[in-house]
Design a binder for this molecule. Sequence first.
Ligand SMILES: *Cc1c(COP(=O)(O)O)cnc(C)c1O
Length: 389
Amino acid sequence: MRFAKRLDTVPPYLFVEISRKIAAKKAEGINVISFGIGDPDLETPSNVIAELSRTALDSPNHRYPETDGLPDFRKAVSGWYQQRFSISVDPDKEVLPLIGAKEGIGHVALCFIDPGDIALIPDPGYPVYSVGTWFAGGECHWMPLKEENGWLPDLDDIPENVAKNSKVMWLNYPNNPTGAIVDKGYLADVVSFGKQYNIAIMHDACYTEVAYDGYRPISFLEVPGAMDIGLEFHSLSKSYNMTGWRVGMAVGNSKMIEALMVVKSNLDSGIPNAVQYMGIEALKASNKEIDARNALYQKRRDRVIDSLNKIGLNVTPPKASLYVWAKIPAGYTSAEFAELLLEEKNVVVTAGNGYGPSGEGYVRLSLTISETDLEEGLKRLKGWEIPQK
Ligand SMILES: *Cc1c(COP(=O)(O)O)cnc(C)c1O
């Protein structure tokens, strides 16, 4: 058998390694507490599940869905954009349902990247931006995210010849893994940059509904001119505890939506209709419901940060996202620190360098952990004297 070389370009998926280590510990009979993976422990709202039950019995939903989704789901997305961000988008031309944001993020590379083309990728960042680029035969130019720049790429740092040869730029705010947020002023600079160099801007907005301290994240498409060159990806996974159902959407420039539709209609056959009905129901959630859910994560955030501070790790509380991004003590690499924590305390965190080289020196803790595990995990951290290196 001769596999394609593209498989060799891909580092092992981050969470596969974590899962392997946890499995080894579990095989020894050890109760490992994991702050590793971002997958809401909370249940999908019952009214959303009720929609699945109701529509599953309807036989037209047993047949192939349309790749461009149910018109009613696209309308619901358009209505949600209006209500949430005060932006009008055409449900038929500027919205495309996805089998989860990950699917669209991976596939959209095929719309832009020819062999040798460059994609500008945030480092650290969600791994699918780079892997999608590599699968399409492209190359990644890393844009380091640094604390002193508020975890925003420094656009002036991108060399002229790289910018000229780049087809797309990826951004993600609220950010995974750093928890950083962005303002309109910065995004306006991104739009100018994209227009200057003819670069399509891809904004992963999966965490706009997970925010704290009264903060309301913005959409990239709120920025004047963004619609000319941008595509925004959303997920119902984190917003409505729906990771298991696989539904999200791309919203933005109509030509880009059309291009993504060409790729998708040739590779997949859309989202099960019943799941799209769940999506329509989920998007009706009131601010009150969202706020109540966020208040719960915020409490967890504060408890985690308090515990980390007490063992000597200084952490800035994130205003959004499901993650606490913690700087580790000098002398350790991220992997060494994560391993030490697993060895000494049977607690799993993710090594920051797994999200890109600039993640070195940090670990990520996810807030999607049950109350009992959170309690136990923090108890294990209590009084931990981190060995000096
Ligand atoms: C979880 C996550 C996704 C994937 O969302 P799905 O809709 O479940 O595919 C995409 N981007 C980021 C940054 C994420 O953290």
